[in-house]
Write a protein that binds this ligand. Sequence first.
Ligand SMILES: NC(=O)c1ccc[n+]([C@@H]2O[C@H](COP(=O)([O-])OP(=O)(O)OC[C@H]3O[C@@H](n4cnc5c(N)ncnc54)[C@H](OP(=O)(O)O)[C@@H]3O)[C@@H](O)[C@H]2O)c1
Length: 280
Amino acid sequence: MEFYFNKRVFVTGGSSGIGLETAKYLASWGASVWIAARGEQRLKDGLVEVEAKRVNATQRFGYISVDVGDPQAVREAAAKVLSDDGLGGLDVLINNAGVAHPARILETSDDIYEHMMRVNYFGAVYVTRAFLPHLFEQKRGNIAMVSSMLGFMGIYGYTAYAASKYAMTGFADALRQELIDHNVHMTVVFPPDTDTPQWHEENKIKPAETKAIAGNVKVLPPEDVALVMLKAIAKNKYHVVPGGMGKFTHFMHRHAPGVVRWVIDGELKKFRKKHPGASA
Ligand SMILES: NC(=O)c1ccc[n+]([C@@H]2O[C@H](COP(=O)([O-])OP(=O)(O)OC[C@H]3O[C@@H](n4cnc5c(N)ncnc54)[C@H](OP(=O)(O)O)[C@@H]3O)[C@@H](O)[C@H]2O)c1
């Protein structure tokens, strides 16, 4: 995609899933890319895959191990990425790092609630604030937030995760307007279930009710989500929902939220009828 040629892009959570596929597309379109996550081995392995997509010798690639929930570490990482040893500047920031832990409310510990907010919400806040002075100064840039369908609607078993993604969506909504004066554009992506390591981990612990309710939504490959997001960023599009079912649900939730609740509550009722002995 022409928009990304020679662009410098930082992708959090770039060692796996949606973030890794995003970084690979970017490399194949001539962008310089830095990926960030905590685990060093996955970053190293991911970077090999990303670099293999390079199309010219001037592209720069690298990784940085950082916990996005640690504001001081994030500031230090941003300084390194912006330096000449890193990307030497930034055009596009992709806030994609995230964690999920589905469980019923009383089976969700305080630590899990705090961890979701720390990574999914504060992580996006800290990383964005660390790079904003640079984007403001150059009066140009794009910021993307990888939220979730659970960033605009809630379902059974996702009280901690949905709240953290709603928080991210609200942050982006207010920031979008502040960015206008600086010629910086905001894109928020709301993926449905996507076939990534995180989704497989979630499936191991999802309450049966959650599976019954979410089971009807088609699971997307991570490269589809990455492509939809990257196209939206290139067009300065604000909100984007990958996949037909996701788009339809988003539309219905906006214009007829009661119908969406009726459908998902119907799925829960069906589940209770089928499994009368299951614990609630
Ligand atoms: N998969 C889905 O069904 C789905 C649906 C909707 C939205 N999303 C969102 O899409 C984004 C990507 O998810 P994914 O499914 O691609 O997950 P994934 O394959 O598990 O990748 C998550 C990435 O985030 C990194 N990460 C996690 N905690 C971090 C932290 N504290 N600091 C820095 N990096 C951290 C991980 O690396 P380390 O663990 O090594 O740090 C990894 O690189 C997330 O925000 C997720 O909520 C996913």
